[in-house]
Design a protein around this ligand. Structure first.
Ligand code: SF4
Length: 224
């Protein structure tokens, strides 16, 4: 499975479209100590912790062509936000919603921008994210963790329990997938935030990814 966030197939998806928002940057390195983790950090960490180190500790930029792909993703993101998807929300049992929601948590040291926060019956809530991708029969781990982080942000900001998240695969006729957000997933996501802070603030040099195929098209392969 290709989970490289720095190749076109995954870059075309909406989460990568949100990789470098102005809001992200304002939380990033205004001083030497990082204050908040963003979903972009988590995507990079899950690709390879060492990638995160090269990019944000050593601050070695990726090649310019990668940015073009980022911009493409951002445009698609803007476009899809205006598309009416009420029938999908109805399918989920949504009673109310907020669109394009930017949330922060001082406690979790986390920020995130969620395509939609859905309010469900039984006082529950759920994140919904659009992926500009085809449904391939499985959900990437990066997307599961990303949705788990959104779930944590929603729980804290809206004081509602989150047990599920939803992904819409735009290129497969808006195929809808449900993710069950378990306590184990929440603990794993919190541990990832902790690890990211260790890399970025303590400058801990992480091990290389065990999946060597990821190195083949990694920007930093000549340095690593
Ligand atoms: S070359 Fe491989 S180990 Fe090194 S940063 Fe890239 S993906 Fe990670």
């Amino acid at each position: 499975m290709n989970e490289n966030p720095f190749t076109a197939s995954v870059f075309a998806e909406s989460d990568v479209g949100k990789r470098r928002t102005e809001k992200d940057d304002s939380y990033r390195h205004s001083s030497e100590t990082k204050i908040f983790v963003t979903p972009s950090d988590v995507i990079e960490y899950l690709f390879c912790p060492r990638f995160l180190y090269f990019m944000h500790v050593l601050k070695i930029e990726q090649h310019e062509h990668k940015r073009i792909l980022v911009n493409k993703g951002r445009d698609i993101h803007a476009l899809k936000m205006v598309t009416n998807k009420d029938y999908l929300r109805k399918k989920i049992g949504c009673v109310d919603k907020e669109i394009d929601v930017y949330l922060t948590s001082e406690k979790l040291k986390l920020v995130g921008r969620i395509d939609e926060v859905l309010f469900l019956e039984d006082d529950l809530a759920a994140p919904l994210d659009y992926k500009y991708a085809f449904w391939e029969g499985n959900i990437y781990k990066t997307h599961k963790i990303q949705q788990t982080l959104y779930a944590l942000l929603i729980e804290e900001n809206f004081r509602k329990k989150v047990q599920k998240a939803y992904l819409v695969y735009v290129r497969s006729k808006n195929h809808l997938e449900e993710i069950v957000i378990s306590q184990i997933m929440k603990s794993e996501a919190l541990k990832i935030i902790e690890d990211i802070f260790d890399i970025l603030n303590v400058n801990y040099f992480p091990a290389a990814t065990k999946y060597q195929n990821k190195c083949l098209d990694c920007t930093y392969r000549n340095l690593c």
